[in-house]
Write a protein that binds this ligand. Structure first.
Ligand code: AMP
Length: 359
């Protein structure tokens, strides 16, 4: 296996908090980072060696970026396909462009999960209002309409029931190609953060229980409180997806738990908010694990160091900072965003309760 030697430089597409935590994890392994993205003053830029602020279609900037780095990764999955192809001709892109393309489109993603035998909510593609009407008749009345591309944190999706006007729903999503999914009355939402190395080795962290507020992740808790059958199913699905995608790096698989059935909701081809607890709560953080994978190093251990809870600091939650700083054992992470906005992820706090039952 061709490992990147210490001193090598990693290119990261996207400059948000995930890129910031990746750059912080790359440093102890001897690597430096170059952040590339269109946004001014990226949070990751403050902790990286180099920053290029340019559009993902700017070929001159991309060529200079490629010349400066040894391997490309990303913290933002909606990087345009032509940007990835351009870079892939010059440097290894990990995870690969085809793996990213699969995760960028909810229909392709669900088809892929189904193709490896993973269960999902019932779903159908919807490309017109007429199609929405006929698909609702099969999948509704309780359903979720989601745009195929670019949705996150509940954006680009509408929960449907008998009272929802189909025309209004279709207009609200601006007639974008979509999928309609049956509404899953889940017991719990979990995610599995799994890593696959350049040599094909796979390590999955234990399942994480996730609770949302206003469609945004609020807390992640580990252990998730699943029974052994559920735990085993969740981890097997995540490992199977990583292998089938020929994936390199960290992949986050979101699942609905419905009794002993585990349904794949979606997967994110990157480090994930629900895995932030691994910084203090696991032997190896998801960020270090991702850097290890894309640089061709052996993967690190994934054991828990206790019972762990991660809480996001969203918008005004950062005002809790003084209290958090005096709380023994509260690990505070701020993302260096100057402007506080409602719904904006400003940071997170992790609490590890060592010595407690961890399974
Ligand atoms: P997503 O963007 O697909 O992760 O969806 C955001 C959130 O909406 C999920 O975390 C669930 O809480 C909820 N949700 C999405 N799809 C469904 C579904 N088919 N049934 C029930 N809840 C859903």
């Amino acid at each position: 296996m061709n490992a990147l030697s210490p001193g090598g430089r990693i290119g990261i597409l996207g400059g948000g908090q995930l890129g910031r935590m990746l750059a912080l994890a790359a440093a102890p392994l001897g690597y430096s980072c170059h952040i590339f993205g269109p946004e001014a003053a990226p949070p990751a830029g403050r902790v990286a060696d180099r920053v290029t602020i340019a559009d993902y279609h700017d070929e001159a900037a991309l060529a200079a970026f490629a010349d400066d780095i040894h391997v490309v990764t990303l913290e933002f999955e909606n990087v345009p396909a032509d940007c990835l192809e351009f870079l892939a001709e010059r440097r290894p892109v990990r995870p690969s462009a085809p793996a990213l393309a699969t995760a960028q489109d909810r229909l392709v993603e669900k088809d892929f999960a189904a193709s490896i035998g993973a269960a999902t909510a019932p779903y159908r593609a919807v490309a017109s209002l007429a199609e929405l009407e006929s698909v609702m008749a099969h999948i509704g009345p309780r359903a979720v309409l989601k745009t195929r591309r670019l949705g996150y944190d509940g954006k680009g999706q509408i929960i449907m029931d008998r009272s929802t006007g189909l025309n209004e729903a279709w207009q609200a999503l601006k007639g974008a190609p979509s999928i309609l999914e049956g509404f899953v009355p889940f017991d719990l939402e979990v995610s599995v953060v799994v890593a696959r190395g350049l040599d094909g080795a796979i390590r999955a962290y234990p399942p994480i229980a996730n609770r949302h507020k206003n469609h945004i992740l609020d807390t992640s808790t580990v252990p998730a409180g699943l029974n052994p059958v559920q735990t085993n199913r969740a981890m097997t699905i995540a490992a199977d997806l990583a292998a089938a995608l020929d994936y390199v790096g960290v992949l986050a698989v979101e699942l609905f738990v419905l009794g002993d059935n585990l349904l794949v909701n979606e997967f994110a081809p990157r480090v994930h908010n629900s895995g932030h607890w691994t910084i203090e709560g696991a032997v190896t953080s998801q960020f270090e694990q991702h850097i290890r994978a894309i640089c061709g190093l052996p993967l690190g251990g994934v054991d828990l160091l206790g019972r762990v809870e991660m809480t996001n600091l969203i918008g005004d939650d950062v005002e809790r900072l003084p209290a958090l700083l005096v709380e023994p054992g509260a690990h505070v992470h701020l993302y260096g965003k100057s402007e506080v906005r409602p719904g904006r992820k400003m940071g997170h706090v992790t609490r590890v309760f060592p010595g407690l039952e961890t399974s």
